[in-house]
Design a protein around this ligand. Structure first.
Ligand code: MG
Length: 305
């Protein structure tokens, strides 16, 4: 029998979950956990504790949790690139950066058309090596998750960093773009809009944008899914193209055609998730003050995500 932490809305969900698996609590003590990323080579998970301005690390081999960086430029979202390097969104740095194999930090993006970015929030690496990130205002709205400052750009957009370093604007029709991920075949870019935090009329949603044949620009977006369960913040895809998203009541799973298949219920607001473990079959969940994990019967879509 399914445990009571599953809310099965569609029979398809039963094929994705391990019925007798439970939600593990890996760590508690954060203020707002975000930006998880799993590093297969080192078998560890990292995540941001944004208001405490520290980057945390969980060791899969012994379960120990330690501080990896502090202060940490109020980092938020992370991704692992195809060379295994950490890509970071920095609120206080107002930049997207990369930690090189020798440990040095390279700023990949800090300005667009001569103006400082707001506060990069989440990031994804495409298979062509380009890096796509969202730039809402949360890290400059107050001193809680960064340094309060006016927006120089005056808008909250999504940008693409070309492998040659050039930065281009790819989405400009959102209120507060947040989590983002590509479909498995990279024909679509999904982007969450958490603009309800600033505009009560902005419905919490994930939109999808077709990637044009150049692989670098997007067509007109459309609404993919909406929710009244808080906000969609960070999300990831599994190998079947299902979208596993953060929400107020846990993790929601949507089919590629936008049906809610089911939920993993969590007793704290979920901000972001990622797949990990050697088989990418474990879902890591950043849930406000804690980090949780649960085994699934599906796997994460991309090794470098
Ligand atoms: Mg986010």
């Amino acid at each position: 029998m399914p445990s009571n932490h599953y809310d099965i809305q569609d029979p398809g969900f039963s094929k994705l979950i391990q019925k007798n698996a439970h939600v593990d609590t890996l760590w508690t003590g954060g203020r707002w956990c975000e930006g998880p990323a799993y590093f297969p080579a080192g078998r560890y998970l990292i995540w941001s504790d944004i208001p405490n301005n520290r980057l945390m690390r969980w060791d899969e081999m012994n379960g120990e949790v330690s501080v990896l960086q502090s202060p940490a430029l109020n980092q938020n979202g992370h991704a692992v690139d195809m060379q295994g390097r950490m890509i970071s969104c920095e609120h206080a740095g107002r930049a997207v950066s990369r930690i090189e194999h020798d440990g040095t930090r390279t700023v990949l993006a800090s300005h667009f058309e001569g103006k400082r970015l707001n506060s990069p929030n989440d990031v994804v690496v495409k298979s062509d090596g380009s890096i796509w990130f969202t730039d809402p205002s949360y890290g400059i709205d107050s001193d809680y998750e960064g340094d309060a400052a006016p927006s120089e750009i005056g808008a909250q957009n999504v940008y693409r960093i070309d492998p040659d370093g050039k930065i281009s604007l790819v989405v400009e029709d959102m209120v507060q773009p947040n989590g983002l991920a590509f479909s498995v075949d990279e024909s679509l870019l999904y982007v969450a809009d958490t603009g309800k935090t600033h505009d009560p009329d902005c419905v919490a949603k994930i939109r999808s944008y077709p990637v044009k044949s150049d692989g670098a620009t997007l067509g007109k977006g459309r609404e993919f899914v909406t929710t009244d369960a808080g906000l969609f913040d960070g999300f990831r895809l599994d190998v079947h193209g299902n979208i596993w998203s953060s929400a107020i009541d846990g993790v929601h799973c949507y089919s590629p055609d936008g049906r809610l298949l089911g939920k993993i219920l969590i007793d704290e607001v979920v901000a972001n998730i990622c797949f990990g473990g050697p088989k990418l079959n474990r879902l890591f969940i950043c849930a406000t003050t804690s980090v949780r994990a649960i085994y699934l019967t599906t796997r994460g879509a991309a090794l470098w995500d």
